[in-house]
Each structure stands twice: as structure tokens, then as C-alpha cells.
Design a protein around this ligand. Structure first.
Ligand SMILES: [Zn+2]
Ligand SMILES: [Zn+2]
Length: 241
């Protein structure tokens, strides 16, 4: 284990211990007033966030049409529904970045609570999973933020969580870091491994940011090849980038 991995591991343990003390009342991360609830965002600041209010129910992209968008009419994704809370804009982009890259795990409670209060499942769900991260990346980061979000969503919704059956086995560059022409060829269902014992038929995937949709598409294909019937995705943010 490298020095950075050891530091990340200890940082996570310390933050979890500190997190136990961050119970109600919290202070809002935006206005610093008491949030009046058990996560760090007050009701007034919640209203000012960049909510994604009108989006295609299939792919989650912002649009003004009344049915699914023209992209989903022409070439639908393999997943059955994607809902996102926010446009990828400040301050939510900073919340997600601080969670993912700085290990600020208190954002898990906030973002998962907002997901559960705002999003409604459109399909039956018998299992919640996070978007798998390659084990090497997870070791470097010390945690997988989508699994942390999935754990909290599962707890708040009282739905079963499966954090071990789905694995990313190919470590490829993030889609957003590639030129547009290279993105869609980058990932396939083969990038993911699903344990033989995984028996869920209706899966809810929790993601932090959906950009091109190709990563959730590839994971969905792997799940459906395995025998999953419906795949629904809840993401914190959705962006066109
Ligand atoms: Zn506030
Ligand atoms: Zn669409």
C-alpha cells in the first residue's frame, strides 16, 4: 500500500469518527446558519440550488418537449429511466467535487437525503448499487463516493444494498476527459463483472455525475446480460459536457 493510500485510508477513518459527532443540529455549508435538520443545508439555501426541473424521463437531459427527447426516440439507452437532481453547476459541483476528491463525506447525507426526498422510483427496485470503481482507483481514493451515496439511499428508503457483487474490471480514462469522438467507443459491458450469485431483477444505480451516459450505459448492459430486467438510475447531477 502506497503512502497516499495509507493517508487516504486514515483520513476516511478520522472523517467517519468526526461524522459521528456531526449529528443534528448541523450548520448550512452555504449560509453557515443552523440547518434545522441532520445535514448541512438549510431549507432556504436548498431552494437556491440549480435544480433540474424539466428533463427527459429516459436519459435525464434537460429539455422542453412533453414526451421523451428526440435522442431517446432515435437511439434509446439500455437503462429504463434516469433521473438527476441538479444541473452540474456551482455550488453542487463543489459539493460533489469535495466529496469525491477531498473525501468530505458529510455531503453523502445531504445529497442522498435530497435524492430520497425529490426522486421517486418509476420501476420496482429490489437492489441498490453504486457505480463500481476499479479496485485500484478505489484504493487510491480510499472510498467510492457512489457506494457511500447508495448506502445512505438504501438506508433512508429501506431498500436492500449490494455493494460487493458488481465490479469494474477495466480501468479506462474517464469519459469526460476524452475527446468527444473517442468517448462512445471507450466503454462496453465487458468493463464490468457481475458476481454469478447476483439475483436482483430490478436494480437502482446511484451515480454522482452523468455526463455522456456511456458509463451507466455499459454497466446497464452488463447487468442486463446477467439477467436484470429493469435498471433505473438516480444521479446527483446531469450534464451535457
Ligand atoms: Zn443556508
Ligand atoms: Zn432522452
Amino acid at each position: 500500500m502506497s503512502e497516499k493510500e495509507i493517508v487516504n485510508k486514515w483520513l476516511k477513518i478520522i472523517q467517519q469518527i468526526l461524522g459521528l459527532g456531526l449529528s443534528f443540529p448541523c450548520h448550512c455549508v452555504l449560509c453557515l446558519q443552523s440547518s434545522q435538520r441532520d445535514f448541512a443545508l438549510c431549507h432556504d439555501c436548498e431552494k437556491t440550488l440549480p435544480w433540474l426541473t424539466q428533463a427527459c424521463p429516459r436519459c435525464g437531459l434537460s429539455f422542453v418537449e412533453s414526451d421523451i427527447c428526440w435522442r431517446c426516440h432515435q437511439n434509446p439507452f439500455a437503462f429504463d429511466s434516469l433521473q438527476a437532481l441538479f444541473h452540474y453547476q456551482w455550488p453542487v459541483s463543489a459539493f460533489v467535487g469535495d466529496l469525491k476528491y477531498k473525501g468530505h463525506l458529510h455531503f453523502v447525507k445531504m445529497l442522498a437525503s435530497l435524492m430520497v426526498s425529490r426522486l421517486k422510483a418509476v420501476h420496482p427496485i429490489d437492489c441498490v448499487v453504486g457505480m463500481p470503481l476499479h479496485p485500484q482507483r478505489q484504493r487510491q481514493r480510499g472510498f467510492n463516493q457512489t457506494i457511500e451515496l447508495a448506502k445512505m439511499v438504501s438506508k433512508l428508503c429501506q431498500l436492500p444494498l449490494d455493494r460487493w457483487s458488481c465490479t469494474k474490471i477495466l480501468d479506462l480514462p474517464a469519459q469526460a476527459s476524452l475527446p468527444k469522438s473517442a468517448r462512445t467507443k471507450n466503454l462496453s459491458a465487458k468493463a464490468f463483472s457481475i458476481a454469478p450469485a447476483f439475483a436482483a431483477k430490478h436494480v437502482l444505480i446511484i451515480e454522482d455525475v452523468v455526463t455522456t451516459g456511456q458509463t451507466v450505459q455499459a454497466f446497464t448492459q452488463a447487468l442486463k446480460i446477467h439477467g436484470v430486467t429493469t435498471v433505473e438510475i438516480w444521479s446527483v447531477c446531469r450534464t451535457h459536457l
